[in-house]
Design a protein around this ligand. Sequence first.
Ligand SMILES: *Cc1c(COP(=O)(O)O)cnc(C)c1O
Length: 415
Amino acid sequence: MTTNAFSKLLMMLKVYPRLELDIRFSDIILNLLSFLTIADREKETHKIQSFWQTEKEVIVTLSVRTSLDLLLQSLNLPAGSEVLMSAVNIRDMVEIVKRHGLIPVPVDISLDTLASSLELLENLISERSRLFIIAHLFGTINNLDPYAKLCRKHNIILIEDCAQAFAGSKYYGYPDADISFFSFGAIKSCTALGGAVALVGDKQLARKIKSIEQQYPVKSETWFFKRLLKYLGLKLFSIPLIYGTLIACLKLLNQDVDRVINSLTRGFSPGDILTNIRYRPPRKMLSLLNERLRTCSNHHFEQRQLNGQRFLSLLRPEIICSGRQAEYHSFWVFPILVPNPELLMTQLRENGFDTTRGTTSLTCIDYSHDKNQLPVVVHPLQGKRLIEQVLYLPVAASFSDQDLQDLADLVNQFV
Ligand SMILES: *Cc1c(COP(=O)(O)O)cnc(C)c1O
């Protein structure tokens, strides 16, 4: 084979993965090696807490889902209480609310900013509304002032879900939120392959949450060791040349690529959600999270934001990139809306860009309860459209200008 043909073959095999794991090989390897020593739970937790510049209580848990469940146990709201939620969130968050006998009420979002509609929120508030969970989606962050004002007026607890919005020291959570959740799950920014932080304003509530959490069994260090190995493997496989080769092999073996990848990256094993999340984080997860926060640099977020904006400017203006009008967008992911996302997905995959529709985790909430019992029912049409038409493009912080141009060309030709 000539050099030319060989490099062409390599080009053909190269596939950019759907999402870059936001952790370095060295982070994983150093943590694996650190298993030779024992980490101190209190010390690690303390250091994680000190990252947050806040007067609030900083509670470190296994996951955001664990934190939400702990919060709902602590609040112990009467069954049938209504929980207003951004219409789009991950399935488990909705499920946890339901498991506590509460009614999720979707508040539709704007496709431009991804923020919940304030007007709708006001209309949907009833005497049974107790909480409002607002999610900053896809890396956007919007100002919560007007929501906080409305919640205060109606005595509603404001919960801010920042699971997709961590941006280093650029954002320590909205000061007037009653509770803010940050996630360091495997696909999230600055991941520690798990772990979460909840900022809680009310000290008494925080004490209650902590006292329940402390009774949970600790997720084992062995479990975390295996998890580190698994993600070391996944990180290796996400190198474009290796990833492309793997996909080609899976195809030869007649395997469904999506199914294989989803089963590998699922956070918890299938089974009862509440049983799966009621654990304390292993010590080594805490030391990894501490290390990630200690060394996390805003430069990374700036680079990702820059690439996102550069890519946006290459796209034809009629292509909807939801969240582009948000006050801040760190482009954790790059979602576009197209009428036929499956077709574009297939075309991009054939051209070396693995894309996904992420349909397994995100959902648009619908009314699950007897609608006649609710004073107002407004179906979240924008949220529905988002889920139906969204395609996540693999725009990564590491993309070169040429990569951005190639991907933009493919998308522009399609639309
Ligand atoms: C990932 C995610 C969660 C859950 O975070 P975990 O720490 O994995 O439980 C909650 N909300 C949103 C919007 C998320 O993206």
